[in-house]
Design a protein around this ligand. Sequence first.
Ligand code: AMP
Ligand code: ZN
Length: 116
Amino acid sequence: MNDPNCIFCKIIRKEIPAKIAFEDEEILAFHDISPQAPVHIVFIPKKHIVSLAETTNPDATLLGNILVRIQETAKTLGFSKKGYRVVNNTGTNGGQTVFHIHFHLLAERRLQWPPG
Ligand code: AMP
Ligand code: ZN
């Protein structure tokens, strides 16, 4: 369930400080240490899953719950109507640097497309 060396698992265990935005029994959200937008929150499952590529059908509910939590957070923080971006980087070509699956919520600036 938890990886002793994983930086996000350490945040879950409160061994590394983070500015927590949301927490329940299965999801943790915290502000990114290197924000790429005025609002940049990282949503993770408390279950250690390496990446989207490692997910299986039983993870579908958890993944869905994370997405719904992201939209609820956007609504609560007040940028739901202006819009926002949800990003999952998977593997090396996807730009993933922390190998505990996570979803970035980026908001409060006009984001470009395509991504770099
Ligand atoms: P990715 O590149 O998609 O794997 O995203 C990993 C994200 O985790 C990056 O945006 C980092 O800035 C962020 N990050 C890494 N370490 C921490 C930390 N200790 N606290 C908060 N965010 C972190
Ligand atoms: Zn982990």
